[in-house]
Design a protein around this ligand. Structure first.
Ligand SMILES: NC(=O)c1ccc[n+]([C@@H]2O[C@H](COP(=O)([O-])OP(=O)(O)OC[C@H]3O[C@@H](n4cnc5c(N)ncnc54)[C@H](OP(=O)(O)O)[C@@H]3O)[C@@H](O)[C@H]2O)c1
Length: 288
C-alpha cells in the first residue's frame, strides 16, 4: 500500500514515520516539500505519487497566534484540506487529524464523536472548517481522528516545556481548571496506522490516551516521573492556578475529554492510561 504523509517534520508526522508497519510504502513530505496552501503543488505531488492513502498530519497549530493570524490558520487548516481533497481521486482514502478544540468545553461528560462542535478559538474554527470539507466531499472512505494534548519526546510541547522549567525555575504555576487528556503522539501514530489498515473505518474517530486530568495534574505527574527516572534532580513546588490567572489570546475549552469507546471498538485497539504512556516517553528520554 502506498501512503503519502504530510507534515512529516511535526510531532505526529515524526512518530508516524517511526512506527510505519512493515510493507507500507511511505512517502513522507515536509512543509518545504509539500505546502498544503499551494494548490498546484499539492495537485502535482499527489498525482505524481498516486497514494492509496493520504495521512494529513500537517496543520497550523499555533493556538494563540491564530487569533491574530486567522488568514494563515484557515489557509492551512481549511483551504489546505480542500487542496488535498481536490488533488486525490475517488479511490484515495484520507486520514485527517483534528482536535478537541472544536468543542466549547461546556460538557461535564466525555464528548462522543457525534457531539455538536462549537469552537471557542480561531484555531478551533479553522480545524472545524477542515473537518467540514472532508465530511462534505469524501466522508464515505475517509476518517477524521480528533485528538488532544499531544506530546512526544521531541521539543515544542508541554512535556518538554515543563521539564525545562522544572530545571530552571524555583517554582511553577500551572492551570488547574482545564480538564482533558494528555496523549502520546506515538500512541496516536499507532492508531493512525491501524485506521490505514482498516479501509472500512470511516467518519469521525476520537483518539486520546485513557483517563483525564488538568494541566496542573499533568505537570505534577511529569515531575514525579522525571524525578523517578532521573531526568530531574530536585523537586520544585507546583502551584495550581485558574485560567483567569494566566490570560492567553485564545480561549480554551474548560473540559475537552473525548469519548473514545466507539473508536476503540472500530479499530480493535485501546489507548493506554495517560500516566502509563507518559512513563514510557519519560523512560525513553532518560535512556537517551
Ligand atoms: N499538538 C497538540 O496538542 C494537538 C492537539 C489536538 C490536535 N492536534 C492536531 O494533531 C495534528 C498534528 O499536530 P502536531 O502536534 O504534530 O503539530 P506540529 O508538531 O505543529 O506539526 C504540524 C506540521 O504541519 C506542518 N505545516 C504547517 N503548515 C503547513 C503547510 N502549509 N503545508 C504543509 N505542512 C505544514 C508544520 O511544518 P513545519 O515543520 O515547517 O512547521 C509541522 O511540521 C494536527 O492536525 C493538530 O491540529 C494537535
Amino acid at each position: 500500500m502506498k501512503i503519502l504523509l504530510t507534515g512529516a517534520n511535526g510531532q505526529l508526522g515524526k512518530q508516524v514515520q517511526q512506527l510505519a508497519p512493515p510493507g507500507m510504502q511511505l512517502v513522507a513530505l515536509t512543509s518545504d516539500q509539500l505546502d498544503l496552501t499551494n494548490a498546484e503543488q499539492v495537485q502535482v505531488l499527489v498525482r505524481h505519487h498516486q497514494p492509496d492513502v493520504v495521512i494529513n498530519a500537517a496543520a497550523y497549530t499555533q493556538v494563540d497566534k491564530a487569533e491574530s493570524e486567522s488568514g494563515f490558520a484557515f489557509a492551512v487548516n481549511q483551504h489546505g484540506v480542500a487542496n488535498l481533497v481536490n488533488a486525490t481521486n475517488a479511490n484515495t482514502r484520507l486520514i485527517h487529524i483534528s482536535t478537541d478544540f472544536v468543542f466549547d468545553g461546556h460538557s461535564q461528560v466525555p464528548y462522543p464523536t457525534n457531539a455538536i462542535p462549537n469552537p471557542l478559538s480561531v484555531y478551533g474554527q479553522s480545524k472545524l472548517a477542515g473537518e467540514q470539507i472532508l465530511q462534505q466531499q469524501v466522508s464515505t472512505h475517509s476518517c477524521i481522528i480528533r485528538t488532544a494534548w499531544l506530546y512526544s519526546a521531541g521539543s515544542k510541547n508541554f512535556l518538554h516545556t515543563m521539564l525545562q522549567l522544572m530545571q530552571t525555575r524555583d517554582s511553577l504555576r500551572v492551570v488547574a481548571d482545564q480538564r482533558g487528556t494528555p496523549t502520546s503522539a506515538a500512541g496516536l501514530a499507532v492508531a493512525v496506522w491501524r485506521a490505514v489498515q482498516l479501509p472500512q473505518v470511516n467518519g469521525i474517530l476520537h483518539w486520546t490516551d485513557e483517563g483525564e486530568t488538568t494541566w496542573y495534574g499533568f505537570a505534577c505527574e511529569i515531575q514525579r516521573l522525571g524525578l523517578e527516572y532521573g531526568l530531574l534532580q530536585e523537586q520544585v513546588p507546583i502551584h495550581p492556578i485558574a485560567t483567569s490567572d494566566y490570560p492567553t489570546p485564545a480561549r480554551r475549552p474548560a473540559y475537552s475529554v473525548l469519548d473514545k469507546e466507539s473508536t476503540f471498538a472500530a479499530l480493535g485497539l485501546r489507548a493506554l492510561p495517560w500516566q502509563a504512556a507518559l512513563a514510557t516517553v519519560i523512560r525513553q528520554l532518560a535512556n537517551n
